[in-house]
Design a protein around this ligand. Structure first.
Ligand code: NAD
Length: 260
């Protein structure tokens, strides 16, 4: 079927994040790279935490006139996150926006999900979100301003198999999001989650998900495969002052497949 563009994916974005300091995890590639590029295009300084080299993302940000840097950081390690947070504070003195995007999503039937796999998925997806929040939320609270955007997934609402650890980790992220929204709501800090569907990234293209692109697209109201750029408007909105009265929510951005 012919793919139809039903969303705005080009043109200059608004400048809602001028001089904001934004931390984006897992932005060496895929969705995180797109988030970093959009936050930068809206005026934010971007600080990238990734175990992979994110200098290509920094180059893209700088070529587009923005500013950013990256550091080697394993979000599942308290020590590594602590060192990264110290760099952010040394360079900028604060973090205004935190996008917890780093994640892994191995496709494994439950019976083949060893405790090691389970622990690894929970460590990166859920512990990583916890550790980054621990590192940056106290400063946001002190300054009375902050935007946290945690990346979830639509999988828990679908009958998709072989994602037990992943699905559990992301529901944990949603639970943490709701809890933190309550605790920080009176301190100028909002905490939300954004849930993409199946997005075409290098990782999904190389995995078993690639066989699902067409079927998922056909099940959506908007019948084309989701691209990273389809997520960026929602992320920038949640990171902006336009979303000041929105907290504790999970925003589904999936072409109309899941309806919460
Ligand atoms: P990706 O594999 O392209 O990128 C993930 C990034 O996270 C990589 O740069 C990787 O190096 C980094 N990373 C992995 N482990 C890390 C660690 N311990 N510390 C720091 N960085 C680490 O993945 P993607 O497809 O862009 O997905 C990004 C996020 O979006 C993930 O949280 C994923 O669960 C979520 N998501 C993706 C899809 C999809 O279809 N692609 C759908 C729903 C949700």
């Amino acid at each position: 079927m012919k793919e139809v563009r039903a969303t705005r994916v080009s043109g200059a974005p608004p400048k809602r994040l001028t001089e904001r300091v934004a931390v984006v995890t897992g932005a060496a590639s895929g969705l995180g790279r797109a988030y970093a590029a959009r936050l930068s295009a809206e005026g934010a300084h971007v600080c990238i935490a990734d175990i992979a080299d994110a200098s290509e993302t920094v180059r893209l940000v700088e070529d587009a006139g923005g500013s950013g840097w990256c550091a080697d950081c394993d979000v599942s390690s308290q020590d590594s996150v602590g060192k990264f947070a110290a760099q952010v504070h040394d360079r900028h003195g604060r973090c205004d926006i935190l996008v917890n995007n780093a994640g892994i999503y191995p496709v494994v039937p439950f019976e083949d999900t060893s405790f090691e796999i389970w622990r690894r998925v929970i460590a990166i997806n859920l512990d990583g979100t916890f550790l980054m929040c621990k590192a940056f939320l106290p400063g946001m609270r002190e300054r009375g301003y902050g935007r946290v955007v945690n990346i979830a997934t639509t999988i828990p609402w679908l009958t998709v198999g072989d994602f037990s650890a992943y699905s559990a980790s992301k529901m944990g992220v949603i639970g943490l999001t709701r809890a933190l929204a309550t605790e920080y709501g009176t301190h100028g800090v909002t905490v939300n989650a954004a849930a993409p569907s199946l997005v075409r990234t290098a990782t999904t293209e190389a995995g078993p998900q690639a066989e699902m692109f067409d079927a998922v697209a056909q099940a959506q109201a908007i019948k084309r495969t989701q691209q990273p750029v389809d997520m960026v408007g929602a992320i920038a909105f949640l990171a902006s002052d336009d979303a000041a009265f929105l907290t504790g929510q999970t925003i589904v951005v999936d072409g109309g497949l899941v309806r919460l």
